[in-house]
Design a protein around this ligand. Sequence first.
Ligand code: B12
Length: 345
Amino acid sequence: MTTSAASRALSDPDLSAEYLHLIGDGDEHAATELAVTLLEDGVPAQRIMVDLIGGTQGRVGELWAANEWSVAREHAATAVSERVLAAVAARVPVRPHRGRVALACVDGEWHGLPARILGELFRIDGWRVDFLGASVPGPHLITHLHQTGPDAVALSCMIPTRLPRAHAAITACRAAGVPVIAGGRGFGPGGRWAERLGADAWAGTAEEAITRLATDWPPAPAPEFPADFLGDEEYTHLVRSRPQLIETAMRRLAEAYPPVDEYDEQQLEATMEDFGHIADFLAASLYIDEPQIFLDFTAWTAAVLAARDVPAAALRAGLHLIRGQLIDFPKATATLDQALAGVKP
Ligand code: B12
């Protein structure tokens, strides 16, 4: 098969459906064989990584959100994709000849696969990559920088709740003298919050990041050092009172939403996690001063809950219970009101 014929095959929806089926079935052997055969047929490794493995991962998450796949099945499928990625990568050895990149997911960020894919693309382009993994605490990242002296830090953030931690990490990297390229959809549409948080660069895709580092790095020093904390009194209060907010909301929930009385332990735990997400997305929204972060989250959560036969009334009750505890905080209550207006009874 020629390269172009093979590349066309990669865009064939039947191919990604087959790959999805294999990873959903936990069939690592067949999934690896499929990917390696494409490589042998001339499809560039980068395309297999980004389009097949990365593209399918989006579908995996959708199936989880729609309650068609359990979280265990999603985890198993993701683990297979990580192994397939490693198998393809092992067949493309490249001697490092550019420089060194430290790649990490922000503290609390567990979407590890996008960064892992990015790391392989950097490596194939000739960089020596230290992939520090999912959820890297800021101080560990900085220690690593002092020990290895990389040319860049590539920081992945897929969920906006991690933005305050991303900000702390970016500030610390810059103080250590290592420029940061940020990426991942957590930085907002077009990466609009990356610059605000002091990142030297942002890239929407792995390919953009490769080009940026290969052609325009290191970046010119930013004219001024950005603020190292954007939170205000409302944000600080919300973060400090998070445990009480959740505990009080859980205690009052049965009164506001009686079906909770029938919940089993697992459902109660999931509900508590949901309250945690509400607090975290609201906090991120206050930190960045961007209500849309919270509104996107509540719209998506309503759909996820609906797929699990949980009515909108449950989410509304939860939002009211949090709002009731934040009446002295005008920005938080205004954001919660906007969210309540969007989640129809
Ligand atoms: C799979 C998935 C999961 C899996 C993660 C498995 C894993 N180990 O990675 C599971 C089910 C565990 C999960 C959990 C959660 N998830 Co999730 N998840 C997804 C999903 C569907 C796919 C992510 C993915 O891997 N995509 C494939 C990659 C390859 O796509 P990509 O973005 O194009 O990646 C490229 C670029 O982003 C870029 N890039 C990435 N990082 C970097 C870094 C740098 C420096 C650069 C330059 C570029 C770069 O390069 C990548 C490679 O080309 C997304 C939605 C989506 N369609 O992306 C939601 C999504 C990210 N999740 C979301 C949420 C809310 C959650 C949870 C909070 C859900 C919950 N209620 O529990 C938790 C949070 C977990 C945590 N604390 O991290 C939200 C985030 C909300 C938002 N407003 O952005 C999303 C967007 C879903 C949605 N709302 O539509 N999730």
